[in-house]
Design a protein around this ligand. Structure first.
Ligand code: SAH
Length: 220
């Protein structure tokens, strides 16, 4: 067991068992993912006034009018990555609370994560470092612009909704890389695609609501 997981185990709560039962009931069967979600102190990632609901099947406020997705949505997105992506380098747009970032940091060699709101960026960085993850690079910036160093990603996960995929992001994805992103269509849904040359092969899709992907960064 990694030191990071050991560290998390100390802070785990019996109340996460209800969340795990719900996830398993919905068909999430990946033992390592369930174990990790069971140990991650989700109540530390949400606004304190909502910490008693942290393990419930609902999205919750994380500050700055942003929300963390419900556990099942986070689990599904992570499962898609575990199923289809090479677990090398991943880019996350929308660090938010850093909950999804922790799951990525556990499974991928290297995580790059971008958040436009300075206070959330700072808070997530402190939180994740204190949990012992040391393979995450944080950026306060606009995810529309991609990562400043033009490294190619095995996977990109966007946790805020837009009507189309920002070009800078598609440019950073390796041939046959995996993109997960919520798209504001007739039925808003989160999709999983594989890049095949200049085309996209859709692998998965499920209806979901997300906060919007916004332009620019906020220095507060
Ligand atoms: N994955 C997060 C969910 C955060 S909600 C979690 O586990 O908590 C989406 C986040 O995307 C918000 O924090 C919001 O500020 C951020 N965001 C929205 N538009 C963005 C952009 N253009 N670049 C970077 N972050 C953005």
């Amino acid at each position: 067991m990694s030191t990071a997981l050991d560290e998390l185990l100390k802070r785990s709560q019996p109340r996460s068992s209800q969340m795990l039962e719900h996830l398993m009931g919905e068909g999430v069967e990946h033992a390592e993912l369930l174990e990790l979600m069971g140990r991650l102190p989700r109540h530390e990632f949400v606004e304190p006034a909502f910490s008693h609901l942290a393990y419930s099947p609902t999205p919750l406020p994380i500050g700055r009018s942003q929300t963390i997705s419900q556990p099942l949505t986070v689990a599904k997105m992570t499962l898609w990555l575990l199923t289809y992506a090479r677990l090398g380098r991943v880019l996350e747009v929308g660090t938010g609370s850093g909950y999804q970032t922790c799951l990525l940091a556990h499974f991928f060699n290297k995580v790059h994560t971008i958040e436009r709101q300075k206070s959330l960026y700072l808070q997530a960085q402190t939180r994740i470092r204190s949990m012992g993850f040391n393979n995450v690079e944080f950026l306060h910036g606009d995810g529309h612009l991609g990562w400043p160093q033009k490294v190619q990603m095995d996977a990109i996960i966007v946790t805020a909704m837009a009507s189309k995929v920002p070009v800078a992001l598609t440019d950073m994805l390796k041939e046959d890389g995996i993109l997960i992103m919520p798209i504001a269509d007739e039925v808003p849904s989160i999709g999983c695609w594989q890049r095949v040359g200049y085309k996209w092969k859709r692998l998965e899709s499920t209806p979901a609501q997300f906060v919007p992907l916004l332009e620019g960064k906020v220095d507060a």
